[in-house]
Design a binder for this molecule. Structure first.
Ligand SMILES: *[C@@H]1O[C@H](CO)[C@@H](O)[C@H](O)[C@H]1NC(C)=O
Ligand SMILES: *[C@@H]1O[C@H](CO)[C@@H](O)[C@H](O)[C@H]1NC(C)=O
Length: 378
């Protein structure tokens, strides 16, 4: 027997080990980006693929900030033309036009203000600031008398299509605005479905309706509703809506995002859901769910570099409870589905199994050879 042959099984095992080490999804730890900024309390998260960094807003600072992979924070946009203490909520990057879209909202007791701001990501110049209109019929009626104060709207999240049209959810009024590429705003969809499902009157989030929104490349939007846990498929041309059938309610869902492979991620402060559909979101299946750190109060999910999924822990419960100062540390954390890495692991097991089988077979052959040789010599 040649010396090379005797080394074959060793080589095989060596090869298998290299294969195992080489699979990054199995070997790498989840990416955690810690960043510090006093009282930033960011709610919205977006990924800018051309600059390869994340963008986050702020509860009271009227800024949009970039966060590098290593957690370096930089103020990208600071816009003092917004009312003092206005909140930057949803963010979206328009890749085609290299623009940033940001939802601006004021919470009570500040005077109502709801707008969409657009910036050129290269020059950082503001392109437009579009006020979002209240519906004409939206006056509150109290004791039979119409209250002249129009109902407070709550512009919340934003997404953008390939033509630069932005779609913004109104979680107080349960409808969707559209702002076209020139900054012209209108009410886009007021489907009766948005108010059809029961809301628990004791629910702490009973007043928060339509929230996370994401554009799917096939000409429709997916929109999540916090107080019912429902998800709607909305036609991006005419605004008609259908309920997406899901195996469970997405209780207190906030942000949603879509990955290139069609997987939709939905986040609440408690959970991250992994959803997929094989009929363009008539019906969805939930193939994984991750329990989140509740203290971090996750509000947003985004797909970053290499299609990795990230959740923003912005602790926004603190300013919502009236605490506007005291925190400096926030984080963006990669979330991986065990089920997905499980599929990868199977291949590693197959490789190891094959290596082992080959080794045992070789041992068996050697034994035969030795026995045969013993027979011959005897
Ligand atoms: C803005 O928030 C700060 C901190 O809570 C507060 O002291 C200040 O009065 C607020 N300003 C306005 C105009 O509401
Ligand atoms: C979702 O919530 C509604 C009440 O809001 C309840 O009637 C329904 O059974 C829930 N659906 C599922 C699938 O759990």
């Amino acid at each position: 027997m040649s010396r090379f042959q005797s080394k074959l099984p060793i080589l095989w095992i060596f090869f298998t080990i290299i294969v195992i080490l080489h699979r990054p999804a199995v070997a790498r730890n989840p990416h955690i980006i810690n960043f510090r900024s006093p009282n930033l309390y960011p709610e919205g998260l977006a990924w800018d693929p051309s600059a390869q960094h994340f963008l986050v807003g702020s509860f009271h600072h009227r800024t949009v900030n970039s966060i590098s992979d290593a957690g370096v924070i930089q103020t990208l946009i600071s816009d003092p033309s917004f009312p003092i203490n206005a909140t930057i909520l949803g963010l979206a990057v328009d890749r085609t036009a290299n623009r940033l879209l940001a939802v601006v909202h004021t919470f009570a007791p500040l005077p109502p203000f709801d707008a969409l701001a657009a910036y050129d990501l290269r020059t950082r110049q503001r392109l437009f600031l579009s006020l979002l209109p209240s519906p004409d019929d939206d006056t509150q009626v109290q004791d039979g008398i119409a209250n002249p104060n129009i109902r407070r709207q709550n512009a919340n999240d934003v997404t953008v299509d390939f033509k630069g049209n932005a779609y913004i959810t109104n979680s107080a009024g349960n409808f969707i605005w559209k702002v076209n590429a020139n900054g012209e705003a209108s009410i886009f969809s007021r489907s009766p479905l948005f108010t059809r499902y029961p809301v628990d009157p004791d629910d702490p989030y009973k007043d928060c309706g339509l929230n996370g929104i994401t554009y799917i490349s096939k000409g429709y939007l997916l929109v999540a509703q916090t107080n019912t846990g429902k998800m709607f498929k909305v036609d991006a041309d005419d605004g008609t809506a259908r309920l997406v059938l899901l195996p469970e309610n997405l209780t207190w869902v906030d942000g949603i995002a879509v990955r290139k492979d069609g997987v939709v991620l939905a986040v609440s402060y408690k959970k991250l859901w992994f959803l997929k559909s094989d009929d363009s979101w008539g019906e969805g299946v939930m193939y994984d769910k991750i329990v989140l750190d509740e203290e971090g109060f996750a509000s947003s999910v985004a797909v970053g570099g290499e299609e990795r999924v990230y959740v923003l822990y912005g602790h926004i419960i603190e300013p919502q409870m009236g605490k506007v100062e005291g925190r400096e540390a926030f984080r963006i954390e990669e979330m991986r589905s065990e089920k997905e890495s499980g599929e990868e692991k199977i291949w590693v097991y197959v490789m190891v199994g094959l290596g082992l089988a080959y080794f045992l077979f070789w041992r068996f052959q050697m034994k035969q050879l030795v026995t045969n040789m013993d027979k011959k010599t005897n």
